[in-house]
Every structure is written in structure tokens, then in C-alpha cells.
Design a protein around this ligand. Structure first.
Ligand code: KG4
Ligand code: ZN
Length: 345
């Protein structure tokens, strides 16, 4: 069979987006994401509500992905699913659905690690876009709502975590800062938006003193909380009056911490091929800063298209594709894993 003809259906339901995508080889045919408005007013994802929404969305989302791809479900060669990490109730919906579909169609099942998939999203070819994927070995800064890692990617399934957060993830820090300012969830994109209008030097935050290539964002969140609390004590409209500057200064500090560590990792490993992945890779400040550093250090950078930064199933399908080529199929007794490392897969 021609590798380019291999059709993989990817299914992703680890958090609050119900996603399905179809690839033919490494080329994208469709990529459907159904977000969940239900969490908006709670200031964060409510796991119980997320799994219910996945149950509602999964059939129409998969159906739409197949229709957009222009294929019948019988033409799929394998079904790739997110096994973890993520919310157990959410994962169970995607895993159970994928198993049933696999049995019904008599097509193999492939398990995928969500964090590995964020990285392998760099290998998706999007029709109409010319893009050279990263060459091995490369460093990937994977920054999402649940994780912040620097990964040395030696091959598709040979990845080493060089550093990670000891407390909050970068996306979580953005979301918490947003919540402190009474912005709705997810706050990251809003902080990014207001930051573009603000002064990054207006407020200064301490640089976390964390050894090696690890991160910590909880101290930064606390300084932000105190700054807003004290500001409100002197002026009740403090946040409204300074929203753009608060966002710009907070974002500036998070981005500088991320960039400093990736620069350190590059110096330590000698690797100059640098990629970013995960929801926070959509941040305009991070994308810009990475390009600036690239010029300084002669890095070759890889910044994914927006649709491949935040959660999506195209990244699950591409990971499934590389496993399909290796004939790595899953058993039917597979269970989701809320915590799921990938280093030794
Ligand atoms: O990768 P992702 O969609 O889900 C997880 O696997 O966690 O990442 C979601 C996170 C959220 O914390 C969200 O606020 C953050 O990514 N995010 C952003 C931006 N877009 C999404 N953070 C900063 N700036 C953005 N533009
Ligand atoms: Zn994610």
C-alpha cells in the first residue's frame, strides 16, 4: 500500500475540546474541533461537564471530519485515539467511542500520547502550504494548559524530557492571571490580545530562580495576585485602568522565562533546531520572541500553524500514522491514563 494513501482517523477528547481529523499519509484532509462553552462562566474546565459535552459532540464531530475529508468510514485504515494524559472522564469518551468504531469497521486501533502528539503536529502537511518539518534531533518547548516541558526529540518516538514545570504549567499561569483580572476561561488568548496594546515594562515581576531546565510559575502568579490586590486597594478600577499593561507585563515575564530556558537547553545540547508546541505556542509574544532569538543564536525555528497549537485531532492522526507504519497497534483492553509519560514509548 502506498504510504500516502493510508487514511487515519484521529480522535481527541483529553480535556474540553472534542476533536476528530482525517489524514491521508501525512497530509491533512479534515480537522474538526468542537469547543465547550459550558466552562466559560466557571473560570476553568469542569471535568463532569466536559465528559458530558464530549458524549454529546463525539458522533457529529467524527461524522463531520469524515464528510469534510470526502471519505466513507469504511475507507479508514486505522483509528488513532488519545490515551492520555488528560481528564479521565473525558478520555473515556474518546477511547470507548474509538474502540466501538474499530470493532464495527474491523480496523485497527492505535493509542497516542497527547503530549507526544503536540510535538509530532510539526510533521502534518497542510494542503496549499509549503513547510519543511524539523530535522532530528530538535528541541521542542511544549507549553499547554497542563504541561510545560523542554523535550529533546531524537526521533518520532525517541523523546527525552530535559526539563519541566515543578508546579503550574505556562497555560495555567496565563489562565490564572486572567481569572485574577476577572477575565473568562480560557484566559490565555485574552491576555495575549490585551498585551498587544500594553507596555511590557509597566510592571516588573521577579524571575523565578529554578535550577537546570525546570520551570516554576506559581511564584509569578502569586506576585500578580498581590499586585492586583494592592492596586485594587488604592483604586477599585485598577484592573480596568491597567488591563493592557498588566497583560503585557505578565506575558513578557512568562515569555522571557520560556525563552531563557530554551536558549539554555540549546547551549547545553548544541541543538539549534528549535520548535514550540501546545496551546501557549499560539501566543503572539512567544512567537515573536522566538523569531528574535533565532536571529541572535542562528536557530532554525519551527512555529506551528495556529490550528495545530491548541488541542486538535490532526496531531493524534499524524502520530497514529507513524505508529501505523511501524505496525504498532493497541489491544481492546486498553484503558485511558490520566497521567501518561512518553519518554520510553
Ligand atoms: O494545548 P492546549 O489546547 O490544551 C492542553 O493540552 O492543555 O492548551 C490550552 C492552553 C490554555 O491554558 C490556554 O489559555 C492557552 O493554552 N493558550 C494561550 C493562547 N492560546 C491558548 N496562552 C497564551 N496565549 C495564547 N494566545
Ligand atoms: Zn494539549
Amino acid at each position: 500500500m502506498d504510504e500516502r494513501e493510508v487514511k487515519i482517523l484521529g480522535i481527541e477528547s483529553s480535556c474540553d475540546d472534542t476533536c476528530a481529523a482525517v489524514l491521508s499519509g501525512n497530509a491533512l484532509l479534515s480537522n474538526i474541533v468542537a469547543g465547550q462553552q459550558v466552562h466559560y462562566e466557571y473560570g476553568g474546565v469542569v471535568p463532569e461537564l466536559a465528559s458530558r459535552a464530549h458524549q454529546q459532540n463525539i458522533v457529529p464531530v467524527v461524522d463531520t471530519a469524515l464528510k469534510k475529508a470526502g471519505i466513507e468510514k469504511e475507507e479508514i485504515d486505522a483509528i488513532a485515539l488519545t490515551r492520555g494524559p488528560g481528564l479521565m472522564g473525558s478520555l473515556l469518551v474518546g477511547v470507548s467511542f474509538a474502540k466501538s468504531l474499530s470493532l464495527g469497521l474491523n480496523k485497527p486501533l492505535i493509542e497516542v500520547n497527547h503530549m507526544q502528539a503536540h510535538i509530532l503536529a510539526h510533521f502534518i502537511q497542510t494542503p496549499g502550504k509549503q513547510y519543511a518539518p524539523p530535522a532530528f534531533p530538535f528541541l521542542c518547548l511544549t507549553v499547554s494548559g497542563g504541561h510545560t516541558q523542554i523535550v529533546l526529540v531524537k526521533d518520532y518516538f525517541d523523546m527525552e524530557v530535559l526539563g519541566q514545570t515543578l508546579d503550574d504549567a505556562a497555560g495555567e499561569a496565563f489562565d490564572k492571571a486572567a481569572k485574577i483580572m476577572n477575565l473568562p476561561y480560557p484566559g490565555g488568548p485574552l491576555v495575549d490580545k490585551f498585551a498587544t496594546q500594553g507596555n511590557p515594562e509597566a510592571f516588573s515581576f521577579p524571575v523565578p530562580n529554578i535550577p537546570a531546565l525546570d520551570f516554576s510559575f506559581s511564584g509569578l502568579k502569586t506576585s500578580f495576585l498581590y499586585l492586583v490586590r494592592d492596586g485594587k486597594a488604592s483604586s477599585p478600577d485598577f484592573v480596568e485602568e491597567h488591563k493592557n499593561d498588566l497583560c503585557a507585563s505578565f506575558q513578557h515575564r512568562v515569555v522571557s522565562v520560556l525563552i531563557d530556558k530554551i536558549a539554555k537547553a540549546s547551549l547545553q545540547t548544541g541543538v539549534k533546531e528549535i520548535a514550540i508546541a501546545g496551546g501557549v505556542a499560539a501566543n503572539s509574544g512567544l512567537r515573536k520572541a522566538l523569531e528574535q532569538e533565532a536571529a541572535k543564536y542562528s536557530w532554525k525555528t519551527h512555529i506551528p500553524l495556529m490550528q495545530y497549537c491548541t488541542d486538535n485531532a490532526a496531531m493524534i492522526a499524524i502520530t497514529g500514522y507513524y505508529k501505523f507504519l511501524r505496525k504498532e497497534f493497541a489491544e481492546y483492553d486498553l484503558i485511558p491514563k490520566a497521567r501518561f509519560g512518553f519518554a520510553k514509548q
